[in-house]
Design a protein around this ligand. Structure first.
Ligand SMILES: [Zn+2]
Length: 292
C-alpha cells in the first residue's frame, strides 16, 4: 500500500521555494493537483465505512472525544451531512458559525475539542441541500483553510459512507493525512463492505490505519453484562484479510445513544463504562500507529 512521502506532505504548491521540486520525489504540482491548504494540524485521520448504518459518526465523535480527554487538541470535520447529526450529538444543534476577523470560528465543545459541520451551513435542519461537486469542494476547502482551528494535534474527518468526492477532496487538500480508519460491524456482509472501503482508500493513495468493529455485543442497561447479538470477530477477520491493523471492538451501549440524543459526547458522561474503556483502547491503538 502506498504511503504518502514527506515531499508530498510538506508540499505547499510553491515549487520555486521547494527543495524537492527538482528531484523525482515531487510530483504534486506537475500533475496539476490543487496545492495543500495551510492548516496547523499534526495528524489528519479519515473515518469511513463501506456502507451506512454501522455507527461511523458515533465512532468519529467518541474517538475525537477520547483523544481530547487525553489532552490532545482535536477538531472534528463533519462531511457526512446525510448521516447522523454531529451538531446535535455534541449539543451544538442550531448553532451558526461565527466569523471573527477573517476566520470562521468553529463550535467549541470543550477547550480542546471543536467541530465544524457542513450542517452548520444549512438554513435549517430540515432543508435538504443538493451539493454540486464544485460547491462541495469549495466548502471543504473553506472548512480547512478559513476556520480558526488553532493548533491541532488531530483532525478527525467523518466522511460519508461508500466512495465519494469528499474523500478525494480531503486527500488532495489536507496536509499530514495519516490514513483512514474503517468502521465495520461484526456481520459477514459488513466484512465485504470493509473490503470495498479498503480498495477505495488504496485508490486514494493513503494507508489504512486499521479496522474498528462497532456494535460488537450489547451492554445490558440493567446488569451491565455484555450480550452478543450480531456475533463478534467480523472486524478482526476483515483486518486480517486486508492485512491491516485491527484497532479493537466497541460494544453497543444504550447510554451511548442517549448521550448522543442529549447532545453530549458519551465519553464525557460515562467514564467508567465498558464502552468507554473500549473506545479508549481503540484510541490508544490508533495513537500508537499514528504517532509511532
Ligand atoms: Zn441484563
Amino acid at each position: 500500500m502506498a504511503q504518502s512521502t514527506d515531499a508530498q506532505e510538506k508540499c505547499d504548491g510553491n515549487c520555486s521555494t521547494c527543495p524537492s521540486a527538482q528531484k523525482e520525489g515531487c510530483d504534486s504540482p506537475q500533475k496539476g493537483l490543487p496545492p495543500k491548504v495551510k492548516i496547523d494540524v499534526k495528524h489528519v485521520i479519515l473515518v469511513l465505512s463501506g456502507k451506512g448504518g454501522v455507527g461511523k459518526t458515533t465512532v468519529s465523535v467518541n474517538l475525537a472525544s477520547a483523544l481530547a480527554n487525553h489532552g490532545k487538541n482535536v477538531g472534528i470535520l463533519d462531511l457526512d451531512i446525510h448521516g447522523p447529526n454531529i451538531p446535535k450529538m455534541v449539543g451544538a444543534e442550531g448553532q451558526k458559525l461565527m466569523v471573527m476577523g477573517n476566520k470562521i470560528e468553529p463550535i467549541h465543545i470543550t477547550g480542546n475539542l471543536s467541530v465544524v459541520s457542513m450542517e452548520f451551513l444549512l438554513p435549517d435542519a430540515d432543508t435538504p441541500v443538493i451539493w454540486r461537486g464544485p460547491m462541495k469542494m469549495s466548502a471543504i476547502k473553506q472548512f480547512l483553510e478559513d476556520v480558526n482551528w488553532g493548533s491541532l494535534d488531530y483532525l478527525v474527518v467523518d466522511l460519508p459512507p461508500g466512495t465519494g468526492d469528499e474523500a478525494l477532496t480531503i486527500v488532495q487538500l489536507a496536509p499530514n493525512i495519516k490514513g483512514a480508519v474503517i468502521v465495520t460491524t461484526p456481520q459477514e456482509v459488513s466484512t465485504m463492505d470493509s473490503k470495498k472501503a479498503a480498495k477505495f482508500i488504496e485508490k486514494l493513495d493513503i494507508p489504512v490505519i486499521g479496522v474498528i468493529e462497532n456494535m460488537s455485543g450489547f451492554i445490558c442497561p440493567d446488569c451491565g453484562k455484555e450480550i452478543d447479538i450480531f456475533g463478534k470477530g467480523g472486524g478482526k477477520k476483515a483486518a486480517e484479510e486486508l492485512g491491516v491493523p485491527y484497532l479493537g471492538a466497541i460494544p453497543i451501549d444504550p447510554t451511548m445513544r442517549e448521550a448522543g440524543d442529549e447532545g453530549r459526547p458519551f465519553i464525557n458522561l460515562h467514564a467508567n463504562s465498558p464502552a468507554w474503556k473500549a473506545i479508549d483502547a481503540v484510541m490508544e491503538n490508533l495513537v500508537k500507529i499514528v504517532e509511532g
